[in-house]
Design a protein. Structure first.
Length: 67
């Protein structure tokens, strides 16, 4: 499962994104960081252009809609 899948399922805290970034940085994976994390283009753009907090708010909204 990707970071996003696990976060939306409530299996991990948002702060664990840093662990996923570190894993991606230390592996030979052809996927982009966003692909590795499971982020779509909108989520990636928000994260890059705005902040971790903005991404968390967007994912929290999505998680709330799934319940």
């Amino acid at each position: 499962m990707t970071f996003k899948e696990k976060y939306l399922a409530g299996e991990i805290e948002f702060e664990e994104i840093d662990d996923y970034i570190e894993i991606w940085n230390n592996m030979d994976d052809e996927r982009t960081l966003a692909q590795f994390l499971g982020l779509n283009a909108e989520e990636e753009d928000l994260w890059i252009e705005d902040s971790d907090e903005a991404l968390k708010a967007l994912l929290d909204q999505e998680r709330g809609n799934e319940k």
